[in-house]
Design a protein. Structure first.
Length: 246
């Protein structure tokens, strides 16, 4: 059975607070309303449709969306998002905690923003900028804070645009992930045989390497996704030394 890979993204409403100045240079005086999730969007690997939920019926009640995210996380083997580790996953799990929920079953995560920062030096690491540079498409323009203000005011047009914006961010993720996957050095092992990244059985040997502890590995290049991986124990240390002398 193939691993269940979930692409997702969330949009949030800011907290409402009292401050002493426009440029906050000290503690917030008081918080009148906490932040909440405005909308969620998701897509499963191999699926063409992008799904979404939003809080238009009650902008300050995200319970149904948090419960849906719990179900999605619980089903997923791998969760993928742009800045997912730094923002989206923590935000969702924070809401789960505050709503008294128990953790979903464990999953692995891939943060495309972290991958890009680790392996490349691009002009911009923002999702829309990276995808446009790679010819994968761009984000929906929000128009700024007015979109969030319109949603909070119950404007149907604003909500429709918010959902399009959220869904487009998710629609970009599969192609971006597949584009950067070969470069990932710490990709989760998703397949027991073949390429651990994509599961393909088509790979070519690309030499050998050995660890300080004397364990020898064969380096292999996947002919499907283009990534590299190693296979342990194919040759002995003596055989490896003999190979390197040829």
């Amino acid at each position: 059975m193939s691993p269940r890979i979930l692409y997702f993204d969330i949009e949030t409403f800011p907290l409402l607070a009292h401050v002493w100045s426009k440029f906050v240079d000290g503690p917030v005086v008081s918080i009148e309303r906490e932040w909440s999730i405005a909308s969620i969007a998701w897509q499963w690997e191999g699926e063409k449709r992008t799904h979404a939920m939003d809080a238009r019926d009650n902008p300050h009640d995200d319970t149904a969306m948090v419960e849906k995210m719990w179900d999605l996380f619980d089903e997923a083997d791998v969760v993928i998002g742009h800045n997912a580790n730094g923002f989206d996953i923590k935000k969702v799990q924070g809401r789960m905690l505050l709503l008294g929920m128990t953790p979903p079953s464990p999953f692995q995560s891939i943060d495309t923003l972290s991958v890009i920062r680790k392996h490349f030096k691009l002009t911009s690491n923002r999702l829309g900028d990276v995808c446009e540079a790679l010819g994968l498409g761009g984000k929906v323009s929000t128009g700024g804070w007015e979109l969030w203000a319109g949603c909070l005011a119950g404007d149907p047009a604003a909500w429709n645009k918010m959902v399009r914006y959220n869904k487009q961010d998710v629609a970009l993720l599969p192609e971006l992930y597949h584009k950067i996957r070969p470069w990932m050095s710490n990709h989760p092992v998703l397949h027991a045989t073949g390429c651990p990244k994509c599961g393909s059985d088509h790979s070519h040997g690309r030499g050998y390497t050995t660890t300080k502890g004397g364990v020898t590995y064969q380096k292999r290049e996947c002919q499907s996704c283009g990534g590299y991986f190693t296979v342990p124990g194919l040759v002995s240390k003596a055989e490896y030394k003999d190979i390197t002398r040829r």
